[in-house]
Design a protein around this ligand. Structure first.
Ligand code: S3P
Length: 228
């Protein structure tokens, strides 16, 4: 884990940058359960796409001036959820960027609507055993502080996966290097946005390979903010 975290972020790559351009100002929003890898994958994906990265949980903590466990303990979950919806609304107002959301965020219908309007959602889908192994490494997730974390997680999966399935795209998260998942997300986005790999022939009538339907001036704006 640590050695992965210390690895330098990837450089922007041609296809990923072309995909960022094709988002035409929308943000890429990673959704999924705790432990799915939204933040670690999102940070590397953003670097590859030449976009700023933002972690919604970190922004909520900054706005509240306290940690998520403390928000849950002092103010309760409904207060956290209200703040979460507000913060994600604000983050989506200034795209394009890669946004990692907390596991419960997409369950809010208003947030789902906003993400559909101003973003493109990718569900990082993971099996229970993968999530459980990862979640057990950390103790800062209030929802998992129960006598039977496996049962809690199974219940959350049963409630949430049918809703997560409303995401525009799904990529399977599993125990492989983050860059493998990043490659798969870029390929999935390229297929969805009909972006051809740079250097390949474009089909007749299509924009030049590696270009975007959005045209000039809509490119990635890495200078907007720094990776957090
Ligand atoms: C939550 C997930 C957490 C955090 C909070 C609640 C959830 O984020 O927002 O503890 O409801 O699943 P991660 O998914 O980033 O762990």
């Amino acid at each position: 884990m640590t050695d992965l975290a210390l690895r330098p972020p990837p450089e922007p790559s041609g296809l990923a940058v072309a995909v960022a351009r094709a988002l035409a100002g929308r943000s890429l929003v990673l959704i999924g359960m705790m432990g799915a890898g939204k933040s670690s994958v999102g940070r590397r994906l953003a670097a590859r796409m030449g976009l700023p990265f933002v972690d919604a949980d970190t922004e909520i903590e900054a706005a509240a001036g306290m940690s998520i466990p403390d928000i849950f303990e002092v103010h309760g979950e409904p207060y956290f959820r209200a703040g979460e919806a507000r913060v994600i609304g604000r983050l989506l107002a200034d795209g394009p960027r890669v946004v990692a959301t907390g596991g419960g965020a997409f369950m809010n219908p208003g947030t789902r609507g906003l993400i559909a309007e101003r973003g493109l959602s990718v569900w990082l889908k993971a099996e229970l055993d993968v999530l459980l192994r990862r979640i057990r490494r950390r103790s800062d997730r209030p929802l998992m502080q129960t006598p039977d974390p496996e049962a809690t997680l199974a219940k959350l999966i049963a409630e949430r996966y049918p809703v997560y399935a409303e995401a525009a795209l799904t990529v399977q998260s599993r125990d492989v290097p983050h860059d493998v998942i990043v490659d798969e997300i870029v390929a999935t986005l390229a297929a969805h946005l009909k972006v051809a790999p740079p250097g390949t022939a474009s089909p007749p009538g299509a924009p030049p390979a590696g270009s975007s339907p959005a045209g000039p001036g809509s490119g990635p704006q890495a200078e907007q903010g720094s990776a957090s």
